[in-house]
Design a protein around this ligand. Structure first.
Ligand code: PLP
Length: 458
């Protein structure tokens, strides 16, 4: 793209486009980066830079960029039937096929799909239908949902309320009533002298304490991400989720696993629950469902919850114009077909993810890295002022941004959340591309360390 055209677009963007999760005044001054092309694990910007996208867009481009099949099914469906709703006792073939496919693919008896356009909407749907589930069983007071501080469940009113991001709560008067939060499991800064497995049980029992404090007759559900993504890929100890499941069963609290990031292969299993060994009653999905090619999300309900909603729920006073959109459903189906036919999840689990884990552990040896954590194709490097202490920088977030910018200058996209460098590449990343990522990340760490006057790795 020529310079003049790029600058015109940047000016128009600054004048007319409010960017989510940005300081828009600062961004307008700096100028946005315009992305123009994607192929495999790479994207190109308007200046012609080729960037290895080790974040898969926003945790979502699981099959990689530039898959023509996905465009082809979208075009075909648009030509044949671009839209019809699922309100008026109607449906379309791709929507039906996708529901059945999801029932087959998802763990346990999560056999019933409610379609949305995003993960946030899926969590809005959950908030309303969970309360409705208890209300129609004569327990309208069982309406509290417990989430976790620093959890992320999207950005709508319900999503942001269920999440535990203080900065989000501040804008718009959240959380809404009858949502509570417990402390999340993050051994690195919270585990003290406990082993991770001991700590996992301690962290899970915070849920039991909260349920007993509120009264089990008040608590409708617990929601959590199997791995907490947005806050910095906080991976719980293996003891955490089975204990959470035990507690939920004991008090008849519905268990919601927000698999918007973990779903569709991110952990090397199809779903995060399979990695951690637990079974949810309700599961929101989005992102990897369509590999980000088109907006679509869904809530998967198990037989019990869907059964009550069907038998006692009456008319559901809830839905979206685009619930079960045929074009989105067709794209999601084709995306799942690609994941299955090309054995992308299995290849990750058995081949590329173990290789990535080795490379990631090597990055963990850099003097700036206090912890290198990873599961499957999702990980983080925790940047610290001094090893081996599990303590972050005092001025949280500055070093992370520095490192992110150095990575970008090397042609590598990593995300920084505070001082965690986050990794979530397309699942199709090859070993050679993993090598490229690791080399560039090491270089970025070195340049960051040098800037801080710290020792470099080599
Ligand atoms: C991204 C995300 C959401 C929100 O999805 P959107 O499609 O952005 O609305 C919800 N939950 C988790 C765990 C997420 O990572």
């Amino acid at each position: 793209m020529d310079l003049h055209h790029r600058q015109t677009l940047q000016q128009l963007d600054a004048a007319h486009h409010l960017h989510p999760f940005n300081d828009n005044a600062a961004l307008a001054k700096k100028g946005t980066r315009i992305l123009t092309k994607g192929e495999g694990v790479y994207v190109w910007d308007a200046e012609g830079n080729q960037l290895l996208d080790a974040f898969a867009g926003l945790w979502c481009v699981n099959v990689g960029y530039g898959r023509k099949e996905l465009g082809a099914v979208a075009a075909k469906q648009m030509e044949q039937l671009a839209y019809y709703n699922s309100f008026f006792s109607c449906t379309t073939e791709p929507t039906v096929q996708l529901s059945a496919k999801l029932a087959e693919l998802t763990p346990g008896d999560l056999n019933h799909a409610f379609f949305t356009n995003s993960g946030s909407e899926a969590n809005d749907t959950i908030l309303r239908l969970v309360r409705h589930f208890w209300a129609v069983q004569d327990q309208p007071m069982k309406n509290i949902i417990i989430g976790r501080h620093n959890g992320y469940h999207g950005s709508t009113v319900a999503g942001a309320s269920l999440g535990g991001m203080k900065g989000m709560h501040k804008q718009g008067g959240l959380p809404i009533p009858d949502i509570h939060h417990i402390d999340p499991p993050f051994w690195f800064s919270d585990g003290g002298d406990l082993s991770p497995e001991e700590y996992g049980l301690v962290a899970a029992r915070r849920l039991e304490d909260k349920i007993l404090e509120l009264g089990p007759e008040r608590v409708a559900a617990f929601i959590g991400e199997p791995i907490m993504g947005a806050i910095g890929v906080w991976i719980p100890p293996m003891s955490y989720w089975p204990e959470i499941e035990r507690i939920c069963r004991k008090y008849d609290v519905l268990l919601i696993a927000d698999e918007v990031i973990c779903g569709f292969g991110r952990t090397g299993e199809w779903f995060g629950q399979q990695y951690f060994g637990f079974q949810a009653d309700i599961m929101p999905i989005a992102k990897g469902l369509s590999s980000g090619y088109i907006p679509i999300g869904a809530v998967m309900f198990n037989d019990r919850v869907a059964g009550v909603l069907k038998e006692k729920g009456g008319e559901l006073a809830h839905g979206y114009t685009y619930s079960g959109h045929p074009v989105c459903a067709a794209v999601a189906l084709e995306n799942i077909r690609i994941l299955q036919d090309e054995k992308i999840v299995e290849t990750c689990k058995n081949d590329t993810a173990p290789y990535l884990a080795k490379k990631w552990a090597q990055l963990g040896e850099h003097p700036l890295v206090g912890e290198a954590r990873i599961v499957g194709m999702v990980g983080a490097l925790e940047l610290v002022p001094a090893k081996p202490a599990r303590t972050n920088f005092e001025d949280r977030g500055k070093v992370g941004v520095t490192c992110r910018d150095h990575a970008l200058n090397q042609g590598l996209i990593l995300r920084a959340t505070y001082d965690s460098m986050l990794l979530s590449p397309p699942l199709v990343i090859s070993k050679a591309q993993i090598d490229e990522m690791a080399e560039k990340a090491w270089k970025a760490l070195d340049l960051t360390a040098r800037e801080l006057g710290m020792a470099t790795g080599r």
